[in-house]
Every structure is written in C-alpha cells, then in structure tokens.
Design a protein around this ligand. Structure first.
Ligand SMILES: Cc1cc2nc3c(=O)[nH]c(=O)nc-3n(C[C@H](O)[C@H](O)[C@H](O)COP(=O)(O)OP(=O)(O)OC[C@H]3O[C@@H](n4cnc5c(N)ncnc54)[C@H](O)[C@@H]3O)c2cc1C
Length: 440
C-alpha cells in the first residue's frame, strides 16, 4: 500500500491511512461495524468524500479489469477500479469514446459513477450517470444487487452521485459513443471581457460537442473577464495521429516549502496564457490525450501548490444573472488575496443529473483552484459558498473539505433520501461533517 495515495491533497493533517482490497472486504462481510468503511477509487477527489479517517478504505483500484466489450454497440462492462483511460484504450481502436470525459483519465469507473462526474460536453450529453446502463452493488449484509433503471431503481439513482455511501460498486456497464476519430478539431476563441464571453457562449456554446472557457481571474479593470473559449468536436475519420497513452513524463517528487503559484507569479502566467492565444479564432487539430488529459503527463502535480497542497472550489448557479455571479465570485477570491490558475467556466445543459445527489444541473459552473493557505482559504471558500447559495446554486462535494452543513443542505435538499439508503457500513469524513451533523 502506498501511504501517499491515501494522503489528503490539502495536507492539513498528515497521518497514514489504511486500505483493504475488495476481496478482503468481502471476507469480512457479516461482521462489519457501522460506518467503518468507504470505497476508494484513485483519490482524485480534491476533498474528503473519498476519506473515512475513522474507518478503513476499500481500494477499488485493485479490481480494474475490462469484463466485456461489444465493438458493434459500444457497450462496455468493467470492474469499478478500471480507469477511464483503460476504457478509452479498449474502445478507441473501434472508434468508440467515453460520452463523458473529465480532465484526467486516471479516474476510476466507480469514482466516476459515485461523483456523477461531468465533462466539457454536459450541454450535449449530461453527466456520467446518464450513460450507465447497469451496475453491481455489494451491500454490507452480503447482498449483491444488480441496479439499473428497471431493477433496484431507487438504489441505482442513489448510487449515481451517492459518494460511495450506498455500498461497494463492483462493476459498471456503460454505453460509449461512436466517434469518427478520438482526436478533436478545436476552435480556440479569445475573448476580451465578460460581456464578450456571454455573447460568445450563446453563439457557439451549443454548436460544438465540447466547450470550456478559461478566465484570467486576476485581470481587473477593462481586462476583467478576459480569457479563452475552447470549443471542439471529434475530428473526421481521416485524421490519424500516432498517439499511444503513456505514463507520467514529469513527476514532482517533493513539495517546495513555499507556494510558487502565488499572486505575482500567477498574474504573469495568466497574462502569458492569454497573450499566447491569437486574437479571434484559431482552429487546430488536437490529439485526444492533449485535449482531455494533458495534466496526466505530470505526476503528483498537486505538490506544485506547496506544502499545504491545492484546493478547488466548484459551484453551479442559475443562468439568470450568471454574469453577475461569476464576477462576484472572481472578485471575492481576489479580495481574499487568493489567485487561481485553472479558472474554468462551463455552461451546463438542461439534462438533470440522474442521481439523487448529482451535482451537475442547468446553469453555469465555475471552478477555481487555490494553493491552500489554511484558515484564510477556508474563509474565502465559505464566502464563495454564501454567494452561490444566495443565488440558488450548489457547491460540488467532490472538491470540498470544509463546506458547512447548511451549505450542503442548501445544495442538496434531498440528502435525507440518500441517508435512508446508505449502507450502514459506509461513511465518509464528508458525510460525517455535513449530513450527519445535520442529523444530530
Ligand atoms: C486533474 C483532475 C481533473 C478533474 N476533472 C474533472 C472533470 O472534468 N469533471 C468532474 O466532474 N470531475 C473532475 N475531477 C474530479 C474527479 O473526476 C472526481 O473526484 C472523481 O470522482 C475521482 O474519481 P476516483 O476514481 O479518483 O475516486 P475517489 O476520489 O477515490 O472517490 C470518489 C468517490 O467515489 C467513491 N467510490 C470510488 N470507488 C467506488 C466504488 N467502487 N464503489 C462505490 N463508490 C466508490 C468514493 O467513496 C468517493 O465518494 C477532476 C479531478 C482531477 C484531479
């Protein structure tokens, strides 16, 4: 077991954390104590939805086989520990692709279901759970349940976005999408301010399969809201690239004692990033690895954020007044002395998440990442939550380590239904400090 793998990214607390394999967990069934376990994928959630410090993790990554794939229909079945990268490697030669692809291919199928993750095409395809046909759930009473829209439907919807609390997902059956090529034709469109972005997203957002914008969070005055929109579609079949997925090229073995991604450095980097794009629109063909998973070439990149690690705040809020809300969120971060490099703005589509507690919903979703500065960062994140809740939005649990119980309840009013279906053996640090705190 690698201790590092189970370490919290934001590193406020360092202690070894233990994990067992799904097989060892099965051997213990019948004698498991309440709230003593939690499934774990690859720990790529920024927060504590994947931790149970008072219990033991079940390391699903040890069960990662592809069990079946039909190259005619694109239906694939895999163990929960298979990564999305594993699925793509199997599917791409047959011109199938994941219908929902997050920013890293290292996410496991179980983790993708349990957080009902989204990609850059939420407006076109919804979230991951929308493409799950069936899954097998192991409950701590020893029952192995097939869950789908037809069978054990209540547990099915609770497990999608259910943060590992309904039991251990053993395998997942997904329907992939047919694509002419895995690679993409990208339109990089530079915009100069917020007004330009909101006009642009109305015009081009829904014309393309994928779209996401990067915003220079540190730009102020007439430059405020400048950034780049990357809209893309799968390229046509004639586009062939020699592109074999490889392991990380550069790994950061240690964290620097200070945070190199401070405001001064990021102001320069953000400015460079903006100016690097030509004004107007640039069309290029990008390999799927560089378009979707460029960060996977860097190992342990979170160490770049210094000893206390990175943290992320992701929210979704209604389209009405989205411009004003976005401006308020970015300004609040600046006022609190925090700088974000990977500031991403997505427009989510109308497809409601299928899960009881799915985070993706119609509106705009802003993600900001910060170097953790302890209490000062917690104060900022709480201030961001207040803005989001005030406008009727929600904060993403999969990126969170300190959301208040009230912010959680405002984001997920139906949480009690999940609590009623929770496997008694499962709990997470997130669930203890939000839902269970509300219950007490
Ligand atoms: C670089 C990067 C880019 C990202 N990009 C995106 C993005 O574009 N869109 C997005 O939505 N998210 C994104 N994320 C977040 C990430 O996709 C989610 O947090 C994802 O759930 C992590 O998956 P994991 O396999 O590492 O699971 P973990 O983080 O280990 O666990 C996540 C949850 O899944 C549960 N779980 C894991 N395995 C099982 C199982 N077998 N049975 C039941 N429950 C299980 C855990 O209990 C936990 O609650 C990104 C994260 C990183 C680091």
């Amino acid at each position: 077991m690698s201790i590092d793998k189970f370490e919290h990214w934001w590193r406020t607390e360092k202690r070894p954390r233990g994990a067992i394999s799904p097989d060892d967990y099965e051997d213990r069934l019948g004698t498991v104590a309440p709230m003593a376990y939690l499934p774990f994928g690859n720990g790529l959630s920024y927060g504590d939805v994947c931790h149970n410090d008072r219990g033991t993790l079940i390391d699903s990554a040890k069960h990662g086989r592809i069990l079946a794939f039909d190259p005619g229909t694109g239906v694939i079945t895999c163990e929960a520990g298979a990564t999305l990268g594993d699925i793509l490697v199997k599917a791409i030669p047959h011109r199938f692709f994941l219908p929902v692809t997050p920013g890293t291919g290292l996410v496991t199928a179980g983790g993708a279901v349990a957080n009902d993750i989204h990609g850059r095409n939420h407006h076109a395809r919804g979230s991951f759970g929308n493409h799950v046909r069936r899954l097998t759930l192991l409950r701590s009473d020893g029952e192995r349940l097939t869950c789908s829209a037809e069978e054990n439907a209540e547990l099915f919807t609770a497990t999608i976005g259910g943060m590992g609390l309904t039991g251990l997902i053993l395998d997942v059956e997904l329907r992939l999408m047919k694509v002419p090529s895995p690679h993409v034709q990208q339109h990089a469109i530079r915009f100069e301010n917020f007004a330009d972005y909101f006009t642009l997203i109305d015009r081009v957002g829904e014309e393309h399969e994928y779209s996401v914008a990067w915003i220079d969070q540190l730009a102020t005055g007439r430059r405020a809201g400048r950034g780049v929109l990357w809209a893309a579609d799968h390229a046509d079949a004639s586009c062939e690239y020699p592109d074999i997925p490889k392991g990380p090229k550069v790994a950061f073995p240690l964290s620097p004692p200070f945070n190199p991604l401070n405001s001064v450095m990021l102001k320069a980097l953000n400015g460079f990033r903006f100016r690097r794009e030509r004004p107007g629109e640039t069309v290029s063909t990008e390999t799927w690895t560089s378009y979707f998973h460029a960060i996977d070439r860097l190992g342990a990149w979170h160490r770049l954020y210094g000893r206390q690690g990175p943290c992320q705040h992701q929210s979704v809020y209604p389209a009405e007044n989205a411009k004003q809300t976005t401006i308020r969120l970015l300004e609040t971060a600046r006022r609190h002395g925090h700088a974000s490099f990977l500031t991403a703005l997505h427009r989510f589509g109308d497809a409601a998440g299928r899960g009881l507690l799915s985070f993706p919903r119609p509106g705009f979703s802003l993600t900001m990442d910060f170097a953790n500065q302890g209490e000062a960062t917690v104060r900022l994140l709480d201030a961001l939550d207040r803005i989001v809740i005030e406008v009727g939005g929600a904060v993403n649990p999969s990126k969170d380590f300190r959301m208040s119980p009230t912010a959680f309840e405002a984001s997920f009013p139906s949480w009690r239904k999940l609590e009623a279906l929770r496997d008694p053996a499962m709990a997470s640090d997130f669930w203890r400090r939000t839902a269970l705190a509300l219950n007490n």
